[in-house]
Design a protein around this ligand. Structure first.
Ligand code: GLU
Length: 503
């Protein structure tokens, strides 16, 4: 029987969820859905020093906004809870004891000062087979003394006993076989008595085992921990149910050199967080994709292609298409350049795919902020249909369509210079008279009278129409002129010509 696919997204609540973390969540989700498996959300909050209030809610809200659904864990519950590691203390203690009893781990009393002294004494000091017997631990001290020290309340840590000189094989679904010699590993701390909590390594392994995780899909920065994790599975006797690993490529700076950081976003003006983040300690506010006007489906598509590609040229994928097409085989080994201009392009594409009514709905608050709260929704939706293709974001609509809602209060100097000719006032007053006599103000009807009039008079079409546009828009921009008159209507069109003529 093949094993049921169960993956987990296991963030630490140490601040805003970075966009790279969102990609990790997405790839886990796509993989789970494709295989009809489960997507778990576990909060790894064993490092109390780095805990940031609000971070967990932020993670949940981010995933919800993006449509990354959780089947089990934080925010939905499930049979393997609790899903917050700080609430699983008693569970971990049992497994720490198992390692100690089996001689796979030991107790160490070294104080920070003692460790510091060692580091000063021995170049490149590492707590391992070459040094552990000269340290302050249960491998060296008599059992009675160890017991007495613990009984007296002395703080200690539990370290993993790594046997040197052994090749450890990590099978990575993206990188293939990675071999590391155990001699380069140190005796990692697995548990700290001070806060009665395990470290990441132990908690992670125990939980992945107890939650029956089949695949661990996570960022490349965790690859160096994988050999230790393999050793831990073995120490517990869980090799048979050890998950398969897949370490995702790094997200690189837009220039392609080095890891993407928050500073790159600040420097180049793009968000590195899914949602706006208010740092509870500093009060600093960092921009988010949502608040910057990105559609969730655009962010999803953009992230999906950062490190993965389909076998076709296709670039636009809905979530369902991604679920169908995603494959770890086509995740790149090398880092993915964070091309944020591409994110804008995706947003443009997805904005076009949203209905005019939907976009109009998003645009209404912006209209209201410009003093047009009472506009007819049908009109707004129609205007949106005329200018949508010109923008990447809803926030850019206003400057593309403001003239549909208010008469120009000033006229663009450049356009005037170039397009308002000596004869324009004469043209416009004649045109005004012609338009005033029209009952049918549809674009077709107007075109059918205005064009022959221009020809008959021997005026240039461009000269007349450019001047007319300046009257209506205040500049040389906007959609086709009859589309504009159609929205403005007769009265307003005439009023705008008058306003220009009386200038
Ligand atoms: N808590 C780790 C993190 O913050 C999880 C790493 C893993 O997936 O094993 O990314």
């Amino acid at each position: 029987m093949t094993r049921r696919v169960r993956v987990r997204f296991a963030p630490s609540p140490t601040g805003a969820l970075h966009i790279g973390g969102v990609r990790t969540a997405l790839y886990n989700y796509l993989f789970a859905r494709q295989h009809g498996g489960d997507m778990l959300l576990r909060i790894e909050d064993t490092d109390s020093a780095r805990f940031v209030p609000g971070a967990e809610d932020y993670i949940i809200e981010s995933l919800r906004w993006l449509g990354i659904e959780i089947d089990e864990g934080i925010s939905v519950g499930g049979p393997n809870g609790p899903y917050r590691q700080s609430e699983r203390r008693e569970i971990y203690k049992k497994y720490v004891k198992q390692l100690l009893d089996g001689g796979r781990a030991y107790i160490a009393f070294d104080t920070p000062e003692q460790l510091e002294a060692k580091r000063a004494e021995i170049p490149n000091f590492q707590y391992d087979a070459s040094t552990r017997m000269s340290m302050n631990n249960s491998l060296v001290l008599p059992q009675e003394e160890v017991d007495a020290r613990i009984a007296s309340g002395e703080q200690y840590v539990v370290r993993f006993l790594v046997t040197p000189g052994e090749d450890i094989h990590v099978h990575d679904l993206i990188r293939g076989e990675v071999v590391i010699n155990s001699s380069i590993l140190d005796d990692k701390v697995l548990y700290k008595s001070a806060d009665e909590l395990p470290t990441y390594h132990l908690a992670n392994i125990v939980d992945d085992h107890l939650m029956d995780i089949s695949h661990v899909i996570r960022g490349e920065e965790w690859l160096p921990s994988a050999p230790l994790h393999v050793l831990l599975y073995r120490a517990f006797g869980w090799e048979d149910t050890m998950p398969q690993f897949a370490h995702l490529p790094l997200l690189l700076k837009p220039e392609g050199n080095g890891k993407l950081s928050k500073r790159d976003g600040d420097r180049l003006g793009f968000p590195v967080f899914p949602l706006e983040w208010h740092d509870p300690k500093t009060g600093a506010v960092s921009s988010g994709y949502r608040e910057s006007g990105y559609l969730p489906e655009a962010v999803i598509n953009f992230l999906a292609l950062l490190g993965w590609h389909s076998h076709e040229e296709q670039e636009l994928f809905s979530m369902d298409e991604l679920i169908k097409n995603f494959s770890l085989d086509r995740v790149n080994k090398s880092g993915a350049r964070f091309d944020y201009q591409k994110a804008k392009w995706f947003n443009h594409e997805y904005l076009q795919r949203r209905s005019d009514d939907e976009v109009a709905q998003m645009f209404m608050p912006i209209l209201e902020a410009h003093g047009h709260g009472g506009e007819d929704f049908k009109k707004v939706s129609h205007v949106v249909s005329l200018v949508k293709e010109r923008v990447n974001f809803v926030s850019e609509l206003w400057e593309q369509c403001n003239f549909f809602f208010e008469a120009p209060s000033e006229y663009d100097e450049k356009s005037l210079k170039k397009r308002w000719k000596e004869e324009s006032p004469k043209h416009m007053s004649e045109l005004r008279a012609l338009l005033a006599s029209q009952d049918d103000f549809s674009g077709e009807a107007l075109d059918a009278v205005v064009m022959p009039w221009i020809e008959e008079k021997g005026y240039g079409v461009g000269i007349v129409m450019n001047a007319f546009r300046i009257c209506l828009v205040g500049a040389a921009r906007g959609p086709h002129i009859w589309l504009i008159t159609d929205v403005l209507g007769k009265e307003e069109t005439l009023r705008r010509i008058d306003a220009m003529l009386s200038r």
